[in-house]
Ligand binder design. Structure first.
Ligand code: SF4
Length: 311
């Protein structure tokens, strides 16, 4: 079909319009689809936390160098991968005795102060895993482990990797549950599960990918062995999607304003706060660099203190 010109007339001479450097979806001609904002939970979360951090991570190229790796991220990644690999074993081999091998095989060494601190963290992580799998039925097969789910709305093309998606019996048949592992120092409650945009988006996407209800989201906090859960409704999931779309619109507007010549520092302002101490870009940020930072191992050293969120 011949494509109409912006004024509704066929392009002159019947030739297709010459390609432009700018993205035509952004010109906003009536009837033309808006460009979908491709995003993950971390991308949306970065902007919501601090627009400047978003800019450093996703807009500036080359991106400013990140600070050194964090020990708490290494610890979280090691535990997550060990649990992923536990589920990759045949059910009859999912036994606590396999955990030291699994954890050693996935252990990330970066960020610790010294060998002693790293060994202590390993022992602690192994204890969490032993206690956690002790409460699991090895025969249970999640419907997804580190499973990517994706969904589109009129604004967003969302994709994200859920730690685990369970299928559990519900009153009307099987229902899906989003499970997110946490290894941070502080405990979590149902308000954390209810307020998590990432979990809500995973649930919204999983329901559409698997065509089964997915309303329950759970935070499994391994250090305390507790589960913080929330049952979403269709409406509460829709509200979280709307909020995500609002964030996406804000991001696209900021990116457009920079493309139109605005000062990137104004379009992506800093949002200083306690998080700056843990920010990967603190050294390059005019606001963050004036604030004291944390040592890469600080979160694992003082496990009892509240601080940065750890996955
Ligand atoms: S140091 Fe603080 S203000 Fe600067 S980018 Fe990081 S979070 Fe934002």
């Amino acid at each position: 079909m011949r494509r109409a010109s912006p004024a509704g007339r066929p392009a002159a001479g019947g030739r297709p319009p010459r390609p432009r450097d700018t993205q035509p979806e952004q010109l906003g001609f009536e009837g033309m689809p808006e460009r979908l904002f491709v995003c993950t939970p971390s991308r949306l979360g970065a902007y919501a936390d601090c627009p400047r951090r978003y800019r450093y991570s996703y807009v500036d190229r080359p991106a400013p160098p990140k600070g050194p790796p964090w020990a708490h991220n290494s610890l979280g990644a090691s535990v997550h991968t060990a649990l992923k690999n536990w589920y990759a074993l045949p059910a009859d081999r999912r036994r606590p005795e396999t955990l030291p091998t699994l954890l050693k095989g996935t252990w990330v060494r970066e960020g610790y102060r010294d060998d002693e601190q790293e060994r202590d963290a390993y022992r602690r992580a192994l204890g969490w895993l032993e206690a956690y799998v002790g409460g699991l039925d090895p025969a249970d097969e999640p419907i997804g482990v580190e499973r990517v789910v994706a969904v589109k709305t009129s604004v967003l093309a969302f994709n994200g990797r859920a730690d685990r998606i369970d299928s559990r019996p519900g009153p009307q048949g099987p229902e899906l549950v989003i499970v997110d592992y946490k290894t941070g120092r502080t405990g979590l409650d149902s308000d954390d599960a209810r307020g998590s945009q990432a979990l809500a988006l995973y649930a919204y996407a999983a329901e559409r990918v698997f065509r089964r209800p997915c309303r329950r989201v759970e935070l499994h906090h391994l250090p305390s062995g507790t589960v913080a859960a929330h049952e979403h409704s269709v409406e509460s999931l829709a509200r979280q999607v709307t909020r995500a779309e609002e964030t996406a619109r804000d991001i696209m507007a900021a990116e457009r304003s920079v493309a139109d010549g605005a000062d990137p520092d104004d379009a992506f302002p800093t949002a200083p706060g306690p998080r700056c101490a843990w920010c990967d870009y603190r050294r390059d940020c005019p606001t963050g660099s004036a604030m004291p930072g944390k040592e890469p191992w600080a979160a694992v050293e003082r496990f009892a203190e509240p601080s940065a969120e750890q996955d």
